[in-house]
Ligand binder design. Sequence first.
Ligand SMILES: Nc1ncnc2c1ncn2[C@@H]1O[C@H](COP(=O)(O)OP(=O)(O)O)[C@@H](O)[C@H]1O
Ligand SMILES: [Mg+2]
Length: 335
Amino acid sequence: MAQIANFSVDPRLASILGESYSSSERALRELVDNAWDAEARVVQITLPAILTETPIIIADDGSGMKEQELRQEYLNIASPRYTRKGEKTPNLLRTVKGRRGIGKFAGLILAEQMEVDTKACGTRTRLVISKSALLNAEKDIEQVPLPLEAKACKTKEHGTTITLKTLNQNLNFPKAEKLKEILAYDYGRETDFEIFINGERVLRHDIQGATFTREYTLPNGTKATATYTISEKPVPNRPDLLLAANVESHHLLVEFKRPSIAVGRDAEAQAKKYADTLTGELGIDLDILILGGEVDSKLHHEYTGKRTRFLAYRSVIANARTQLDWLLNQLKQRP
Ligand SMILES: Nc1ncnc2c1ncn2[C@@H]1O[C@H](COP(=O)(O)OP(=O)(O)O)[C@@H](O)[C@H]1O
Ligand SMILES: [Mg+2]
């Protein structure tokens, strides 16, 4: 049945709506945090392809909200979950993320229109919030009518789907890779909280804890071997430099950057400083290898210093896997 709902007023609203996130991906994280708090086990995020008008959709299978909860809790500005319901979620005992009661506005910062479609206890409630209607309200914001529709659904159905339409042109177009990186950092190791972006699972354990060995052929033709383990957790004083020498006493300085970092000229400048110190103090001649999550696409190889190489962990790993597969195949073929 079509009805009307209203926001409960709070003078902080204007400043909240004017609040900006450093990127659209960080704003989207707020909505994933809400799914976490709602004890969802699966969140499906659909991001539009660039230059299309398709909406962003965040669908979770969490507790959902009853119509009354939607009106009283969702539409209550700055009433954070943890002050209402405590530090831990009721069943999965997750530590609650909702601290400020304004996460939902991340959706409105990202888009002109936010639709909330939520199912709980046999009721499916839909609410449409238009940012311009809120911002242009001549009356108080609590007077702005928000179309709300409630109808029956199966009692066992639960979850919330947020649809964001007409994206804010002032924020960067959300990129799947960047969102994946942000969410993997927070949630990539959770076993009971699976996030998918355009159908692809967000994971963090991909490379953590794994040990890799690789032989590198340097631009001058010499070979060096590096063995390294990607740490399970960020460690204080993590070893991020490795000095390796091969049988011919050629030295290679390997600098490990965080997998979240793209390596480029800045990393090179830093590594060169280390190399200068080592060369000065030990009198050894060094080649430099810099490893990161990806290699800065702005890096032009024709300008790359001959003694410095840049590689992404993923390509090193993919290469190591291919070499291993090849080796195993060769061994199998031996009579
Ligand atoms: N995906 C969701 N599923 C169920 N409830 C939600 C969801 N998103 C928001 N809510 C409800 O709306 C409230 C307000 O959300 P939000 O503005 O992000 O504030 P906070 O998370 O700080 O409490 C939450 O406390 C929660 O009760
Ligand atoms: Mg929140």
